[in-house]
Design a protein around this ligand. Structure first.
Ligand SMILES: C[S@@+](CC[C@H](N)C(=O)[O-])C[C@H]1O[C@@H](n2cnc3c(N)ncnc32)[C@H](O)[C@@H]1O
Length: 275
């Protein structure tokens, strides 16, 4: 447990996919004036230095973030993402990449609240260095899935639960659906966004089948494969399943990734549907 460090993967295509969706969902929460909360169950370090030895090892950001840096006339959601990245950096170099906590922070209004959970002792130290003084963000050092159950429902009565596990142990796929079911029973009006990897072993498929058989409403999924291969090895695509997907969010996300596949990742493949 806790051998995964997101530093090695920061800014990769899966981050592009999940962070663009996070932004879309938070912007739809902003459409109503009443306060909301966002729970980030697997927060990570919060901000990543793409020049670190870990990020430089496989330079995964070169196939994820980098192709976006020189896009002209980006659609509004992409423009927002690029502005958030820019605001983390004081120079044009863009060597700092915002993780989900930094993105959440930027999209909370003064009346909203962010809750971050992280369990890795080294990772939470860095997360605290970045955000412990921020009164709007509450950091919890605890198990993610226990926290998922313990911290809902929100007093705000509306909000997003962003679940981005590292899937280090295979049992996580099954365990997550169990915990998600309990959390949903406690807080059925919450929006739940669960990220999953597309790997050759296809363990996500069983997880999606379990979700489909559960009593969730308005379940939408989307998968993005920016560089399709004949025989995929390793992480070849990024998936997200959303419970209580906000009105029009599916249409907005589909339009954005269709645009990205046409204009940036020219070979990319995107699929989606209600399940
Ligand atoms: C994929 S990374 C998170 C990346 C982050 N959401 C982002 O978008 O920037 C997953 C994080 O979850 C943490 N984690 C994994 N399993 C956990 C658990 N059971 N309890 C607490 N933290 C956990 C890992 O230490 C890691 O930092």
């Amino acid at each position: 447990m806790f051998s995964y460090l997101h530093r090695y993967h920061a800014g990769n295509f899966a981050d592009v996919h999940k962070h663009l969706i996070l932004i879309t969902l938070m912007l739809s929460l902003q459409k109503k004036a009443t306060p909301f909360a966002v729970l980030d169950t697997h927060a990570g370090e919060g901000i990543y230095n793409l020049k670190s030895a870990e990020s430089q090892k496989n330079t995964e950001f070169k196939r994820g973030l980098n192709p976006l840096l020189h896009v002209e006339n980006p659609p509004p959601l992409l423009e927002r993402y690029l502005k958030i990245i820019q605001s983390c950096n004081t120079t044009d170099e863009k060597s700092l990449y915002p993780g989900s906590p930094a993105i959440i922070k930027q999209l909370l209004r003064s009346e909203d609240r962010g809750i971050l959970i992280e369990g890795h002792p080294r990772v939470i130290t860095t997360l605290r260095e970045h955000f412990a003084r921020d009164k709007q963000l509450h950091i919890h050092e605890r198990d993610s899935l226990e926290g998922l159950i313990g911290l809902v429902p929100f007093t705000e009565k509306r909000g997003l639960i962003f679940i981005d596990p590292s899937f280090e142990v295979k049992t996580e796929y099954k365990e997550i659906v169990k915990k998600l079911t309990t959390a949903y029973e406690r807080f059925p009006q919450g929006i739940y966004a669960l990220w999953y990897p597309l790997l050759p072993a296809a363990m996500h498929q069983d997880m999606l089948n379990r979700i489909q058989r559960s009593n969730f409403s308005k379940v939408w999924y989307c998968e993005w494969i920016p560089y399709p291969q004949q025989e995929p090895k390793g992480l070849y695509g990024s998936g997200m399943v959303i419970l209580n997907a906000p009105w029009q969010s599916d249409i907005e996300i589909k339009a954005l990734f269709t645009w990205l596949n046409q204009h940036v990742y020219k070979t990319g493949h995107f699929q989606q549907g209600w399940i």
